[in-house]
Design a protein around this ligand. Structure first.
Ligand code: NDP
Length: 294
């Protein structure tokens, strides 16, 4: 293997340790700790797992978690009432509404109702808007994109002046990560399903962020030798040898790509653990602002 592995699991553990130390210091100084409310609607197994993982991570660093398990048939108005109640709860510094929401719910209205000061997922239109403007700092940056930048920073990768290619333009990953790279003075190309000559475009990249949701789509010969590759994709592929009958792979053909890239994240164990670490960090930042410690 020629590429250096970017170990997201280890980096996320370091960050959680830093957060715990800050939470302890906050408690000693103010008697308060950060609080995160996780709102789960319905019984999707994957959403239940994500929320459980987030609550467990909160406990580990001393953040109080407030769980709201709501029925799949909850009305728009009742869900809005829950969000409003959490907006007014002074012990809650962060509100996350687990996506996707059931089809009958207007998620844009729900996300827009979250107080700007508690929008730890960073999906409020005003936070996204500020992220897209020059010299406007959002209060919160979405967790997965923030995690990608942390991985680059903590691996000593220079972003300024580099060619960065982002594969994917979703509101959750592709678009915000591209904006963050732009803020850090990379020259950014955003690719999507209508992009022509994708391999050619990717070959120009010093930094590749893959967030398309297509198993092992990015091939080794698409990469410039020495490029840094951050693989956000999480895709299940059949594997009869695995206990569950499937295994998780990224958007990059890891085994071949690691022979060409300079640095690369694995899947799992790359971006995934960073997403939760950044949620904790956003919650801590929010509480620090509340108690005048920022
Ligand atoms: P979306 O489906 O919302 O967006 C996918 C993007 O990829 C779209 O912009 C789409 O283009 C583009 N795309 C799809 N097919 C192609 C193709 N063949 N060539 C070029 N571009 C293509 O996905 P998300 O952004 O929500 O997630 C992306 C991946 O990241 C998924 O695997 C998801 O599971 C994973 N993920 C991982 C997280 C983590 O914590 N590790 C967190 C969030 C997501 P177009 O806009 O034209 O349709």
């Amino acid at each position: 293997m020629s590429a250096k592995l970017i170990d997201g699991k280890a980096i996320a553990a370091t960050i959680r340790g830093e957060i715990k130390a800050e939470v302890d210091a906050m408690k000693a100084k103010t008697g308060k700790v950060p609080g995160l409310a996780a709102v789960l609607v319905g019984e999707r197994k994957d959403s239940q797992t994500y929320v459980r993982m987030k609550k467990r991570a909160c406990e580990e660093v001393g953040i109080t978690s407030f769980g709201y398990d709501l029925p799949a048939d909850i009305s728009q108005e009742d869900l809005l009432d829950v969000v409003r109640e959490l907006n007014n709860n002074p012990d809650v510094h962060g509100i996350l509404v687990q996506l996707p929401l059931p089809d009958h719910i207007d998620d844009e209205e729900i996300l827009g109702a979250i107080s700007l000061e508690k929008d730890v997922d960073g999906f409020h239109p005003l936070n996204i808007g500020r992220l897209s403007m020059k010299r406007r700092d959002p209060l919160f940056v979405p967790c997965t994109p923030r995690g990608c930048i942390e991985l680059l920073d903590r691996s000593g990768v220079t972003i300024e002046g580099k060619n960065a290619v982002v594969l994917g333009r979703s509101n959750i990953v592709g678009l915000p990560v591209a904006m963050l790279l732009l803020h850090r003075n990379a020259t950014v190309t955003i690719c999507h399903s209508r992009t022509q000559n994708l391999p050619e475009v990717v070959r120009g990249a010093d930094i590749v962020i893959a967030a398309v949701g297509r198993a092992q789509m990015v091939q080794a010969d698409w990469l410039k030798p020495g490029a840094t590759v951050i693989d956000v994709g999480v895709n299940a592929v059949d594997d009869p040898t695995a206990k569950k009958g499937y295994r998780l792979v990224g958007d990059v053909d890891f085994d071949a790509a690691k022979e060409v890239a300079g640095m690369i994240t694995p899947v799992p164990g790359g971006v995934g653990p960073m997403t939760i670490a950044m949620l904790l960090k956003n919650t801590l930042d929010s509480a620090k602002r509340t108690y005048g410690l920022a």
